[in-house]
Design a protein around this ligand. Structure first.
Ligand SMILES: [Zn+2]
Length: 153
């Protein structure tokens, strides 16, 4: 598939494994939690409007945060169960995270601590240069091209 290019500003970070500089950008994920998932074998990110709407409707109908979290976790898993395969291969997964674009080693999300509350309410979607941002349709999907402007402050 050919994806349109989305240009964004970003930063560089040093890969802790191979020490090469990696280029990435960040999409803010504020307000209501919005489901997003990384591919197991690539940096592709699934970020769909239809999933956001599904959560919005559901979220507003609950008012106890503890109940919300368990219910949201189930919803995240339901979304994954019928998610497409990533364009660059592999399934999308709840705990997959970004991989080094040089040595392919996966960087660990939240220092390897699988905190479901943090994962669901994660305020930042890290997107690596050249990753595919997969939306609802081809028209809403992009190949992300990041222009780095130094280290992030
Ligand atoms: Zn590396």
């Amino acid at each position: 598939m050919d994806f349109d290019v989305l240009e964004r500003n970003g930063w560089t970070v040093r890969c802790p494994y191979c020490e090469r500089n990696l280029i990435y950008t960040v999409i803010k994920n504020h307000d209501l939690p919005v489901p997003f998932f990384y591919a197991k074998d690539a940096n592709d990110v699934l970020l769909r409007e239809k999933d956001r709407l599904r959560v919005e409707e559901f979220y507003l109908s609950l008012n106890d945060r503890a109940r919300k979290l368990g219910a949201l976790e189930q919803l995240w898993k339901k979304i994954l169960a019928d998610a497409p395969v990533a364009p660059n291969g592999g399934d999308f997964d709840l705990w997959s995270y970004v991989k080094c674009t040089n040595c392919q080693t996966e960087l660990s999300y939240n220092n390897g601590i699988k905190d479901i509350g943090q994962r669901i309410f994660e305020p930042e979607i890290v997107v690596m240069d050249q990753a595919i941002l997969l939306g609802d349709s081809l028209a809403d999907s992009w190949k992300v091209k990041v222009k780095a402007s130094g280290l992030r402050r």
